[in-house]
Design a protein around this ligand. Structure first.
Ligand SMILES: [Zn+2]
Length: 300
């Protein structure tokens, strides 16, 4: 692969980018999540939590669209949160809202249908926090609606950073989901850490299985979660560039936003691989490639 001299500049490889994993929530909810993370992991956060603050960071970095992933730890909260996030997207030129439900909610299928009709682009589940396996029977009606609407589902489905004892995460329960839903596009966040090899194998075997780089590929991953991103070889990103997409966890990251992509950009991967990781794969995951006249924003 020949690359233009100018392409050696990391900024050129990154932009325009889609950030497939952020968290825009009402400020009070973000503050509560941060208090929990600070208490459990010792992380300190300084990024702004408002939409304008988050979008300022993303715009400066060259991110043209970002996926906001909601999740709730109690029943009865999802409908309002989904409404709120979809309403935030109405006057944003780059926010792509997802929706969530709690496994204990009444009629999860109806909640998801309403959210999709309001503009939610996919679903998010945080398995250890919501105490449900990826294919838990209680959320299957929600997954069925995602299949019906051809919408993707992003999971916190790995054991990192503090869920190694949780029965709700891991490659084994994720593989059960994949076996049950062969037509559902699913993403395991954080490269599937701490079971990267098994999740990479799943992505190799199944075209509908995606991974995101969030947190796991940051330059701070060793420090913050005890994971060495260099343990994943370049070849994995080259081979699976159509299955791996960039994400950040903004604003809940205890380091500058640029560190989220710096490790990947330092690898000198082929330009095509970078375009996939930073943009094209998310476009396909989100289904924008299959809808004429419906593309993610590309403005900067
Ligand atoms: Zn996250």
């Amino acid at each position: 692969m020949t690359t233009d001299q100018n392409d050696n500049d990391g900024a050129d490889h990154f932009s325009p980018a889609i950030d497939a994993h952020t968290h825009l929530l009402p400020s009070s909810l973000t503050e509560a999540i941060r208090r929990a993370l600070t208490g459990e992991a010792g992380w300190e956060f300084s990024h702004p939590v408002t939409r304008s603050g988050i979008e300022g960071i993303l715009t400066d970095a060259g991110v043209s669209a970002y996926v906001a992933l909601p999740y709730v730890h109690e029943k009865g909260m999802a409908a309002d949160l989904n409404d709120w996030l979809c309403s935030q997207a109405v006057d944003s030129d780059r926010l792509i809202p997802f929706a969530t439900v709690h496994p204990e909610d009444d009629d999860v299928a109806l909640l998801v249908r309403k959210a999709f009709e309001q503009g939610a682009r996919g679903l998010k589940f945080h398995c250890p926090v919501q105490e449900c396996k990826p294919g838990d029977p209680r959320i299957q009606p929600a997954l069925d609606v995602a299949v019906e609407y051809d919408r993707p589902v992003t999971y916190h489905g790995g054991t990192a950073p503090m869920f190694e004892e949780s029965p709700y995460v891991g490659h084994d329960v994720f593989a059960e989901l994949v076996a049950s839903y062969p037509d559902l596009r699913v993403c395991c966040a954080h490269m599937g850490t701490f079971e990267v090899e098994q999740f990479v194998a799943l992505a190799r075997e199944h075209a509908n299985v995606y991974l995101d780089t969030t947190f796991a590929m940051s330059t701070e991953a060793e420090e913050t979660m005890g994971f060495d991103p260099s343990s994943i070889p370049d070849a994995t990103f080259v081979d699976l560039s159509e299955s791996i997409m960039y994400g950040s966890d903004l604003p809940n990251i205890p380091y500058p936003y640029r560190e989220e992509r710096a490790e990947l950009l330092a690898r000198d991967l082929p330009a095509d691989t970078y375009r996939d990781l930073f943009y094209r794969t998310a476009t396909r995951y989100l289904g924008f490639d299959r809808e004429s006249g419906d593309a993610p924003p590309t403005s900067q």
